[in-house]
Structure formats: structure tokens, C-alpha cells
Design a protein around this ligand. Structure first.
Ligand code: ZN
Length: 260
């Protein structure tokens, strides 16, 4: 069970199947793809499906990060390029430490006016933290930034007030996109990589899930099970069968485990 730091929502996973893996492997990059992925497999504490559209973006980011940690471990490698000499640069870091560093904080510039809403004293405006559905809807507008503020702030904003609201939103509800510092292995110049942890983790989860195609191919070839029967298996069990087969010489296929 994970407690999401911004909303306080508690969530967990149901066991993934091959059908979930196919959906993930074929999903599109971006926030909408991450929302669709979580809508499939994330559950609230009471077992009902989680509507990821209602989460602050930072909470969705954290859920994706937690899923990647669970399946692939805590260490992430971000890749970039040195601006001085053009060499490729890898920066390795702990996802848990990264999430801790970017956790939400409180701000004395606001008070909680009513549930879900904050009052920014200096500008006398009340706002709420943008959720995933706000960001996706605003992305369709001609001016996504203005559209997002219009959805989440009650009063019309001056340019200064808009900047102040955005600053305090980033404190109360940070996303997990940030710069990570490293150094160039060739020229030792300091390097700052713009790291979108959610998209890096989603891209790895997608890549990992795509092994479902190889697994189906392997298991169907040896056991003669139907595609649907294989896809309905929990992913962990399917991988175990595939590993068993891969560990056996092709001329000695496993026998007696067919399901018709
Ligand atoms: Zn360099």
C-alpha cells in the first residue's frame, strides 16, 4: 500500500496479467498513457479502481515511480549529453531518494481555506492544486498555461499573481520532473539533465511489459496453449513458464502441462 504524499490517497496494485502487459506495451508516451496504465491496475485501499485523473500530477508520478521500483529496483539511469564536449553522460540515482527530495512541502504564504482549496495571502486569490484531468484538458487549449490557471484559480490573475500561484503550487504539489546533476566522464564539466522520472519509468515499464510477446510466442510454441489462456495468466507466472522453457533445450520440450 502506498500513501500518496499530496492527496493522501492510499493505493495498491492488483496483480498484472498478460492482457495488462499488452495494454502497457502498446500505450502511448505522455501523461494520458500513464493515466490509462494506472486506471487498469491501481486500486484504492478499499479495492475500488483508482481514477488517476483525479490525482495531482505529482501523485501520479509517484505511483509510476513506485511501480517501477517494485518491478525493476530503485536505481534509475538518466541519459543526456555534455554541453561542453558532446559526450554522452549517464547519471545514476536512487528513485526513493529522488522522491524524498521532491516531496511536497507546506508554505506559510497560504492557508487552507476549505477542503482542497488554498488562499494565497499576498494576492488574495484562492486556488486548488491541478490534477491530471486539469493538465490533460488544458493541453488541448491554445494557451495551456492560462487554461490550467483558469481551471484551478477562482479569481482573474495579474501576471505577478499567476507566477506566485505557480510557485506555491510547485511547493505544495511538486511533479517529479526536475534537473539532476552529474558530471561529464570525458571533460569533467558539470552536467544538468532535465529528468522526467515518470516518463523514464513508464518507458522502462513499457519495454519490460513488451516481453509478453516473446513469452506468448514461446509458451504457445511449446505448450500449445491458446493466446488468451496465456494472456490471462498473472504476469509473474507467465514469465516463470517462459524462463522454464528458455532454460530447457528445444529438443526436450516440457510435456504434460497442456491446458488443451
Ligand atoms: Zn564533456
Amino acid at each position: 500500500m502506498i500513501r500518496l504524499p499530496i492527496s493522501g490517497v492510499r493505493a495498491h496494485w492488483r496483480p498484472a496479467t498478460g492482457t495488462d502487459d499488452i495494454a502497457l506495451a502498446d500505450s502511448q508516451p505522455g501523461l494520458a498513457g500513464a493515466r490509462a496504465y494506472l486506471a487498469r491496475i491501481a486500486l484504492l485501499a478499499d479495492g475500488t479502481p483508482l481514477d488517476a485523473g483525479t490525482l495531482p500530477v505529482g501523485d501520479l508520478d509517484l505511483l509510476v515511480l513506485a511501480r517501477r521500483r517494485e518491478l525493476r529496483g530503485d536505481t534509475l539511469v538518466a541519459e543526456g549529453q555534455c554541453e561542453q564536449c558532446g559526450s554522452p553522460v549517464d547519471v545514476q540515482f536512487s528513485l526513493a531518494a529522488y522522491a524524498e527530495h521532491h516531496r511536497p512541502r507546506t508554505s506559510r504564504r497560504v492557508t487552507g481555506a476549505e477542503p482542497g482549496w488554498y488562499l494565497l495571502h499576498a494576492h488574495e486569490v484562492s486556488f486548488r492544486v491541478p490534477v491530471v484531468a486539469d493538465v490533460l484538458a488544458a493541453a488541448e487549449a491554445d494557451d495551456p498555461r492560462a487554461a490550467l490557471l483558469a481551471r484551478c484559480v477562482r479569481q482573474p490573475l495579474s501576471a505577478r499573481a499567476a507566477r506566485a500561484v505557480e510557485q506555491v503550487m510547485a511547493i505544495l504539489a511538486p511533479t517529479l520532473r526536475a534537473e539532476v546533476a552529474g558530471s561529464c566522464p570525458e571533460c569533467s564539466a558539470p552536467v544538468l539533465l532535465d529528468v522526467n522520472v515518470r516518463e523514464l519509468c513508464m518507458s522502462e515499464l513499457r519495454f519490460f511489459a513488451a516481453s509478453v510477446y516473446d513469452d506468448v510466442n514461446l509458451i504457445a510454441s511449446v505448450y500449445r496453449w491458446s493466446q488468451n489462456a496465456i494472456l490471462e495468466l498473472p504476469s509473474a507466472r507467465r514469465r516463470r513458464y517462459a524462463d522454464l522453457i528458455a532454460g530447457h533445450p528445444a529438443e526436450q520440450p516440457l510435456s504434460g502441462v497442456g491446458v488443451g
